[in-house]
Design a binder for this molecule. Sequence first.
Ligand code: NAD
Length: 293
Amino acid sequence: MMNIGFIGLGMMGYPMAHLLTQGGHALRVMDLNAATTSRFVAEHEGASAAAALQDFGDAQVLITMLPDSNAVESVVLGKEGMQGLDGILRPGTAIIDMSSSEPVRSRRLAGLLAGRGFRYLDAPVSGGVKRAVAGTLAIMVGGDAQVLADMEPVLNLLGKCTHVGAAGAGHAMKALNNYVSAAGLVATVEALHAGQAFGLDPNVMVSVLNASTGKNNTTENKASQFMLSGAYNSGFSLALMAKDLGIAMGLGKSVGQPMPLGDEVLQIWRDASEALGPSADHTEMYRYAPPKT
Ligand code: NAD
């Protein structure tokens, strides 16, 4: 049993923190949304709420599941004169960032934390809310192999780990995964719209794609379930997907690798995000109609 601090009880963090309590760990939780924190504590015996970052002082492991690097750095390093976790946690504590953060910033953060005696892993996830609930996420881990070996009993409660390299490598892998996923989603949506305009039935199209070489994660797990059904409630926001694509394209630029298709795909997601607003689910790309030429 470990004392685990967990920050960020959103669509992903809430079910992940739940599984950690099921695994017998003592959780101290925090979210900007105080009502969410209270609900978690009410639903989980043995879990307690952190009213301030200072309340994480006795954590052996500190997990962040926040929107982006800005949010992660604000709690780990502090902001606007407020002390961060780096001044609160005991040296030796493992800080695991499971958010989809920016790899270059994560590498820098890992270096800063190592200098202050902390252990660090970036361990972003793939699989969406459904697999977060089931504890079957794909977890891509950057950082020291020994730290991962120490933390695997905790992370294995959430899914399956693959060690992909040094600090920051997990976040690089995650951004590139989401580029491939987002490109496949846009291709699927465009094909469904063009097919419908020609007179094809989109439900039949999805069945045929899934029996053919066009099959991808969107045709298998999103098109019927969240798009054609009109549900648009996958639990992953369009704004977060646009953020991930921005990270992937930034990564390409930082290593001098052109990604011309990715630049186009990023623009489509940014335009959709602006048109549909911050609360849109990413599957609403299906109802986002780019202007016909
Ligand atoms: P979310 O917006 O549902 O949850 C984020 C939570 O963090 C919110 O509850 C918010 O109140 C809280 N928060 C923000 N800033 C905070 C701060 N400074 N201190 C405390 N709490 C703060 O997002 P999500 O869908 O759970 O995604 C979390 C991360 O996981 C993101 O990086 C996202 O890209 C990634 N991700 C999401 C999915 C998905 O399907 N939703 C899948 C894989 C990865």
